[in-house]
Structures are given as structure tokens and as C-alpha cells.
Ligand binder design. Structure first.
Ligand code: MBD
Ligand code: FE
Length: 290
């Protein structure tokens, strides 16, 4: 058999897909195969390098469990989760209605530390259950539709790392669901919670994601941030993060999630209040797609 040309070889692999493949799978796989093959040709990938890449994928699986998602972490280091977030947001802001009085709040990546079923707490309650102490902050604001109307019964889920730079599931010394909570907005769309002023921290770098960072001579740090996931009747879900303007690494987030509109200010609280800082933060949601 004559050797196939490089290009013809790629077509042979693509054309091996059968007629029962769905159109989307065909579209995605065609592009994936083409880009993978072009990539290997461009860098003249060697067999040892190819085997190292397979081993990298194996190690992502081996180090992952219900508390550690190395797949998300490694893709974050490549900027892939943030790129997908940009694409998603560009697609959904193309449909912003003319009656809108404000921009929808920008999204940001979910990351590897989200957990479903965090405690449902009263507005104004603290998400601190124990663990290391930090600087206290009260975060408060309203959830509004982009036409300016308050959104009642939105569930605002928040999560953050502890003042030692570890999320609850990374740290055996923190109570289960520490620094996580969900808050239901009232008739004016208000939510409020107390927590610690988030601190910068390194993403876990003792596994394959860390090896990647090291190979590329990059640091593992993220600026201090709160995560939000907001789900409300009649509105599109919002997953985002807000970043402390004064935090180190705001300009060099290791996972490329910072957007200018998501940078917030921690204001010193008035004398005599029971918190050191206050953050006022309104969230603007887009109506559901019809
Ligand atoms: C995080 O805390 C995070 O929020 C993201 C997106 C990636 C790694 C660690
Ligand atoms: Fe995070």
C-alpha cells in the first residue's frame, strides 16, 4: 500500500465517522481531529513527547477524586475554561434586549471548587463555620433584571477560600461546607452575607497542573475572589467571580479569569459596626431565552 500523504491521512480519519454520528459531534470531531493533526505536524511531535502527553492525561485522572478536579484545573492553566466563558458570554450578550437599562453582569469561570447543596442561610448570616480567622467583610446588594426590576427569590450561592488560602474541601481542618452558602433574595432583590475578605492563593500545584505551570515558568497564584452562582426564576443562570482590587495577582491571575467589570472595592466599615469591610455589589441578570 502506498503511503498516504499527510493531508489525505487526516481526511481518512475524519471520513471514518459513520452516518449515525450527530451533526454536532461530526462538526466538533472533524475540527478536533484536524487541529490535533495540524498541531502534531506543526511541532513535529515526537513519540516520547506523545507518550508524555498520554501520561499527563492519565495522571490527571489518577489525582482526581470527588474533592479534586484536576481536569478543570489543567484546562484552566491553558486558559481554556476562560476562553469558553468568553465565547459563551459573547453568544448570550448578542441577545440583550432593547429595554435593558444596564449591562448584564459579566460571567467568569466556575473553577474546580464548586459544590452543590451548600447551606441555605438567612440574609446577613455568615458563611464562616470555623477554620482560620481573617478580616471580616459584609457583602450586600441587589439582584436585578437588566431592565432594572428587582429579582425576588433568586438563589445566590457564594464560596471562597479560607484565610489560609485553602478551600474547605482541600483542608481537613475546616468544617464541611465552610465558607459556602446560599441566600434567597427578598422582594427588593436584596441579598447579604458575611465572610472573610478573600486572600490570594496558589491553585494546587502538586500534580499535573502544577507540572504544566513549572514547565512554562509560571506562578500558580490567583487574586482574592468570591465566587457567585445565581439562579433565578425567569432568568439565565449567572456563574461569576468578583476580585478584590487591592489583591496581589489581579493583573496576573494564573487561570486568566479577571475581567475589569468584576473588580470590586472593599470599603472600611463605619466605626462601631461588627465587620471590618463592606462590599456593595449589585448583580444584573438576563431574562431567560424564549
Ligand atoms: C480556583 O479557586 C478557581 O476559582 C479557579 C477558577 C481555578 C482554580 C482555583
Ligand atoms: Fe476560586
Amino acid at each position: 500500500m502506498a503511503e498516504l500523504s499527510m493531508e489525505a491521512f487526516t481526511d481518512t480519519v475524519i471520513n471514518a465517522m459513520g452516518p449515525n454520528t450527530s451533526p454536532r459531534v461530526r462538526e466538533v470531531m472533524t475540527a478536533l481531529i484536524r487541529h490535533m493533526h495540524d498541531f502534531a505536524r506543526e511541532v513535529k511531535l515526537t513519540t516520547p513527547e506523545y507518550l508524555a502527553a498520554c501520561d499527563f492525561v492519565v495522571r490527571i485522572g489518577q489525582i482526581s477524586d470527588e474533592k479534586r478536579n484536576e481536569g478543570i484545573l489543567a484546562s484552566d492553566v491553558f486558559g481554556l475554561e476562560s476562553l469558553v466563558d468568553f465565547l459563551d458570554q459573547a453568544a448570550s450578550s448578542a441577545e440583550v434586549t432593547p429595554s435593558a437599562t444596564s449591562e448584564p453582569t459579566s460571567s467568569a469561570i466556575l473553577g474546580p471548587f464548586w459544590r452543590e447543596h451548600s447551606p441555605i442561610l438567612e440574609n446577613g448570616a455568615s458563611i464562616v463555620q470555623g477554620g482560620p480567622q481573617g478580616e471580616s467583610v459584609l457583602v450586600q446588594g441587589r439582584v436585578l433584571s437588566i431592565d432594572g426590576k428587582p429579582v425576588k427569590d433568586a438563589m445566590v450561592a457564594v464560596w471562597e477560600d479560607a484565610p489560609n488560602g485553602l478551600y474547605e474541601q482541600q483542608d481537613p481542618n475546616q468544617p464541611e461546607y465552610n465558607l459556602r452558602g446560599q441566600f434567597r433574595t427578598d422582594a427588593e432583590g436584596r441579598y447579604a452575607f458575611r465572610g472573610w475578605r478573600p486572600v490570594p492563593y496558589p491553585i494546587p500545584f502538586d500534580g499535573p497542573a502544577g507540572d504544566l505551570l513549572q514547565m512554562m515558568d509560571r506562578h500558580p497564584n490567583r487574586p482574592g475572589h468570591f465566587h457567585f452562582r445565581v439562579r433565578a426564576p425567569g432568568h439565565q443562570e449567572l456563574v461569576t467571580q468578583v476580585f478584590d482590587r487591592e489583591s496581589k495577582y489581579v493583573d496576573s491571575d494564573s487561570v486568566f479569569a479577571v475581567k475589569e467589570s468584576l473588580i470590586i472595592d472593599f470599603k472600611p466599615a463605619p466605626e462601631g459596626t461588627d465587620t471590618q469591610y463592606v462590599v456593595d455589589y449589585d448583580i444584573h441578570l438576563q431574562p431567560s431565552k424564549t
